[in-house]
Ligand binder design. Sequence first.
Ligand code: ZN
Length: 115
Amino acid sequence: MNNNMRRPPKSSDVAPTGVYDVDELRTQCRAIGISPQRSNMRRVRQALDLLNHGSVAFDHRDQTNEFYWVDSQTHPDTVYRVRKNGQVECNCADASQGNQCKHQIAVLLFNEQFK
Ligand SMILES: [Zn+2]
C-alpha cells in the first residue's frame, strides 16, 4: 500500500498552469515595461495563467481610474482589486511590499491584449 496517497486537489484548489516559453515571457515583460528578471518573469507567467483562466475582469472606470478584479491563485475565495491610472495599484501582500505583483501585471497584459 502506498501510504503517501493524498487527496487529489479539487479543481478549485489548484488552477492548472500553462507552459510558457522563456522568450515569450521576456517579450511580455518588455511589452509592459518591466525588467525581464527572474522574479518578474515568474510573475508574468502567473499573470498569463490568470488571464487564461478568465480570472481578470474589468469592473468600472471613473474620471481618472479604471478598476479591475483579479482572482487570487492561492485563495479561491479572495479577489484583489486593481486600480489603474498611469500606475497600477493592488491591495495584495506582494504589492504592499513594493513589488509589481502578478495581479497588476495581469491587468497590464489584459490591456495589451484588448486594446
Ligand atoms: Zn496583487
